[in-house]
Design a protein around this ligand. Structure first.
Ligand code: GTP
Ligand code: SPV
Ligand code: MN
Length: 601
């Protein structure tokens, strides 16, 4: 069989920074004996190492260099067309009992799963280089920060990890020499990128992840969904903190008053865009800054919730990104960016559906085929992504490296709902807020394989990422609220409500500042609202809509609560809770009854 990842042979001084921690060395040698690589490459995160890996990747066609003037120091990678998104049906939580994984996860028995995976890994790296990637998640001096090691036979993974995490020596320093120190073991092999031999398995009790048969994003950058969310959420519950699928942004008023907000939207539902928002002209003097665009790790201090972004870069959705929709993202990806599955123009630039300007007359599509505007296929895959270091973001928050994190004033939940759910409303209290999160739903997107556009419940946007029993996860949320003396206010938003013409009612993107402003007003106790069965609702007058070209009817539709639609929604909440088979905490069942009662009033 063809070797899809041939070994590379670094000169002296590259790839030879061995860790000194004996536990790490023992584990690497164990995986080496199993996978039988040609050689071992110990990553240190240096510039020289990066240049060498890029040069070798170009030779092996793992990367294509983009035009140096158009997109400096940037590259295109094409993944296998059978391998373009997360695959939830082959993602497993391998806890000793099925109950620990709970009703929303695929479960498989740990010993059997290790044995199956070790079988697949046996000799899997023959003729390949095994990269050992040390990394930390979180700022170097944060109490929340975790150390991980990812073993991989993919150069694309090694290069992406350098962007997405703080990688190399910084991790070796943080780990030190204690053989009992806590660190995550991640093993990844492309195998032969066969969907039939693709598994992403998590062993929370062993702080271990094994991923085989994929070379794509969330399946293989084990720091991200696997460690920071699935294993992270498991550790968070055990250790009393939170690991959430949330962006973190800072919002500063013209008077200099600053709040931080965290928001959980499901995959490809607007976190990156919201985190990089540029306020419209009318909001002169207001400033929004990005702490993180995908993951928040939060802990309680002085009765408040503090958050850090464990990541070092953004792995963002490309299609739809333009100077009109998200200028900060566009500036972030103008240079030093690793693109996956976008189109390549004849002059060495990248292109995608929704980019500014006219489409190119000819391009090479994400599969590597000729493409013209008349082609039936999309030029860029709908889940094509950029990986770019967060330091590229012109709106990066100054406190992003702060070890203690930033204090969170509000938590926002939101999904992609064409009907039923209003633009914004506020929970009556923390437990009601947990109910909003627990019952949120969203239309599925291209971020995971499977049907797109189907409404499914996605509690706290964590359905694919909660590494343990969802009932215990809800209990953990309720428990956190009890420990907070100044809890964040909790909101729900929906940028995606549609009118009878099938068009979005709300302009979204930068205009979401208008909703964010109301959220901040509520935090400052000076925003108006009316009581509705679902929560505190702004009236059209409570939202600052000055300078926005939107008619009254649209605003009324956006804020409307249609009782018929909500009767269906209430039934869907019940169906969802029932489907979880008795794990839902009593507090949330009570919330559901209170909601029904409010509708009956
Ligand atoms: P993951 O990285 O998958 O977790 O996704 P994300 O939540 O960061 O999603 P992202 O911000 O990349 O948005 C994905 C899609 O939603 C893109 O196609 C955007 O154009 C679209 N989108 C984002 N914000 C808005 C908005 O306010 N309104 C509308 N209509 N679409 C939006
Ligand atoms: C998501 O799907 O929520 C992502 C992209 O953030 S991936 O890292 O591929 O999972
Ligand atoms: Mn995500």
């Amino acid at each position: 069989m063809k070797n899809i990842a041939p070994a590379i042979f670094p000169p002296n001084g590259i790839g030879d920074t061995k860790p000194t921690n004996q536990a790490v060395l023992d584990w690497v040698h164990e995986i080496g004996r199993l996978t039988k690589p040609e050689n071992i490459f110990w990553c240190d995160g240096s510039e020289r190492e990066n240049e060498f890996l890029i040069a070798e990747s170009l030779k092996q066609n793992v990367l294509i260099k983009l035009d140096e003037k158009k997109v400096p120091r940037s590259y295109l990678h094409r993944s296998n067309p059978n391998d373009v998104a997360r695959v939830e049906k082959v993602t497993f939580i391998c806890t000793p009992t099925k109950v620990e994984a709970g009703p929303t996860n695929n479960w498989s028995e740990p010993a059997e799963t290790y044995s199956k995976l070790y079988g697949l890994l046996n000799g899997a790296m023959r003729g390949r280089t095994m990269f050992v990637v040390p990394y930390i998640m979180g700022p170097p001096d944060s109490p929340l920060t975790k150390v991980g090691f990812e073993i991989t036979d993919s150069k694309y993974v090694a290069l992406s990890m350098r962007i997405m995490t703080r990688m190399g020596k910084v991790a070796l320093n943080r780990l030190g020499n204690d053989p009992k120190a806590e660190w995550n073991r991640g093993v990844h092999s492309l195998l032969d990128v066969d969907p039939g031999r693709r598994f992403i398995c998590h062993f929370p009790q062993d702080n271990t992840i094994i991923s085989v048969g994929s070379g794509y994003g969330g399946n293989v950058l084990l720091s991200k969904k696997c460690l920071a969310l699935r294993i992270g959420s498991y550790l968070a519950r055990k250790q009393g903190w939170m690991a959430e699928h949330m962006l973190i942004l800072g919002v500063e008023s013209p008077e200099g008053k600053k709040h931080y907000v965290a928001a959980a939207f499901p995959s490809a539902c607007g976190k990156t865009n919201f985190a990089m928002l540029i306020p419209p002209k009318h909001f002169k003097g207001w400033k929004v800054t990005t702490v993180g665009d995908d993951i928040a790790w939060m802990e309680i201090r002085d009765g408040r919730l503090f958050a850090v972004n464990p990541e070092n870069g953004y792995f963002g959705v490309v299609p739809g990104t333009s100077y009109k929709s998200n200028p900060n993202a566009m500036k972030s990806i103008e240079h030093d960016t690793l693109y996956t599955n976008v189109a390549l123009t004849d002059d060495g630039d990248v292109w995608w559906e929704g980019k500014d300007g006219p489409p190119p007359k000819h391009a090479i599509d994400w599969r590597g085929n000729d493409w013209t505007p008349d082609s039936k296929e999309k030029a860029a895959h709908p889940n094509s992504r950029f990986a770019t270091p967060m330091r590229n973001n012109p709106a990066l928050d100054p406190n992003v490296e702060k070890g203690e994190g930033v204090p969170i004033s509000a938590i926002i939940f939101g999904g992609r709902r064409s009907d039923t759910v209003p633009l914004v409303y506020e929970a009556f209290d923390w437990t009601h807020g947990v109910y909003l999160g627990a019952t949120m739903a969203s239309e599925t997107t291209a971020a995971a394989t499977g049907a797109v556009g189907q409404v499914r419940r996605d509690p706290m946007a964590m359905l694919p990422f909660c590494g343990y029993n969802i009932g215990d996860y809800f209990r953990h949320w309720i428990g956190i609220g009890k420990r907070l003396t100044s809890p964040p206010l909790i909101f729900n938003v929906n940028w995606f409500r549609k009118g009878t013409n099938g068009k979005f009612l709300w302009p979204g993107f930068g205009e979401n500042m208008r909703v964010l402003k109301w959220v901040i007003d509520r935090c400052e106790q000076n925003g108006g609202a009316v009581k509705s069965p679902v929560g505190w609702l702004p009236t059209p007058h409570d939202l600052d809509l000055d300078g926005l070209d939107i008619d009254h009817k649209c605003v009324a539709d956006l804020l409307g609560i249609d009782h018929e639609e909500w009767q269906k929604e209430l039934a869907a909440h019940k169906t969802f809770f029932d489907s979880l088979g008795g794990v839902v905490p009593e507090e949330l069942q009570e919330q559901r009854e209170q909601l029904i009662a409010r509708f009956a009033e």
